[in-house]
Design a protein around this ligand. Sequence first.
Ligand code: ZDP
Length: 283
Amino acid sequence: MEIEFSKYQGLGNDFILIDNRHSEKPLITPEQAIEMCDRHFGIGADGIIFALPGQKDTDYSMRIFNSDGSEPEMCGNGIRCLAKFIADLEGIEEVNKTYRIDTLAGLISPTLQTNGEVKVDMGTPSLLAQEIPTTLVDPSEKAINQSLNVEDQTWLVTCVSMGNPHCITFVEDSDQIDLEKIGPKFECHEVFPQKTNTEFIQMVKSDYMKMRVWERGAGITLACGTGACASVVAGVLNEKCDRLCTVELPGGCLKIEWRESDNRVLMTGPAKRVIRGTYFTSV
Ligand code: ZDP
């Protein structure tokens, strides 16, 4: 089978985008997603995103598969790429255009800005243990600065859902973390029934943090938008950072604001088209 695709990246978090506007069902299967995301046997990407028809009050719907074929609820870098992809499909050059996108985490609204960046209203964070989900504390409690044992070490963690689960821990030096070794242990820890994304944060100033991430279903990536949002929320809850904070990731910086007036999280960052082509599936 031949599949038309585009590839976009946001801070080096790269995605295959599929024009799925004429069908409610993703045009490719999770097995094909695994193959297409493979960096040696396929196109190479952290995930694959579908632009599907909108629902009642929305322009489009987004679905995403991780590179291991699992399906997360949301994707921050991915939705910036999706906004650019849709504008390219529609031939829209107009700036300050806002799209209303349905996701498994609810309505998310990206806006194309004059400087080429995309600003996304990521909605409100969820903090209750049952919403993350985590069994680290009682279901109706928040997991803020709680001890978690991983690899014979005690970590102080804060759990935040941006539609998908995040476990944030503040460290002295994020470069010293052996992500490859410790990441999977957090991801599959028994206190996270839906697994988790994990962010290791080093505070530089109250409005600047450095982040390294181990993503659920994707491993080490150069950036994670939902993770950057969750980390600023965790930073504010632990009185370590301002509500307006720059997050430096291996792939570059995101500007995050956790707005006090309405509790919503805003994320601003780049997204860029890199390839358009035809893929020949073998599965
Ligand atoms: O929750 C998950 O399983 C994540 N791997 C989804 C992808 C998140 C992403 N890195 C982001 O930018 O939010 C794309």
